[in-house]
Ligand binder design. Sequence first.
Ligand code: ADP
Ligand code: MG
Length: 251
Amino acid sequence: ADEPPVVELDNAEIVYDRTFLAVQGVSMSADRGDIVALLGPNGAGKSTILKMISGIGRSERGEVTRGSVYYEGDEVTNAKTNEMVDRNVTHILEGRRVFEDLTVEENLRCGLYRGGRRIRYSKSDYDIAFEYFPKLEELLDVEAGYCSGGEQQMLVIARALIHRPNLLLLDEPSLGLAPKLVVDIYETLREINREEDITMIIADQNAKETLEVADYGYVLENGQVELHDPADVLMDREEIKEFYLGTSSEE
Ligand code: ADP
Ligand code: MG
């Protein structure tokens, strides 16, 4: 009962180009087994926060100027991406980064490697991918570049699952997908979260669908947390209805 949150940010701040404060005094946490939604408009700092956790691009941008990031109770504020990967943190970047010239099968196979080392060895390693995305099994020999946006999104999630993450960070998984597909992807993520006990932090501008499946939500603006609450509470707040759910809340 006293286990630390999977992720905790304490007054975290990021400066880009030595001057631009992209993340300001952000404190947040993700408890084991939760889906946490990071919401807010373009430029709010969502992707930057995910990168602070996974360490991706850390050396290319400013340092964390203040505050700390913890993973499973250990400070990882300046940890390298490799270390986080070794600790089963998997970050799905924005934009469905598949290898377009490789087949779906070859893309999935990449999920079997960590830092150049193969981590798993049998055909059954793909079972977890096909369990949640049976469609991929039919597409195994198709070049990923020919797959639809929805199929590519399934592929990047499936590839991440093969890594057997403890913490999965997802950046804009619904961007550019048809509404029906967004619902499908989110329902599948919820199922994965429950069945596989994978903690998730999902950055998405799509507040409605994300909050439907999230346990807790943070709304960011200009690098700061504007609102945070359990997802069901957040969904009912006027500010959210007005600015993020738009007319869809009146359906
Ligand atoms: P979001 O994911 O919410 O759209 P980001 O975290 O990508 O927001 O960006 C937050 C702010 O930081 C934005 O104003 C963005 O332009 C800026 N930013 C992001 N990456 C960099 C970078 N590598 N160098 C300078 N500024 C950046
Ligand atoms: Mg972003």
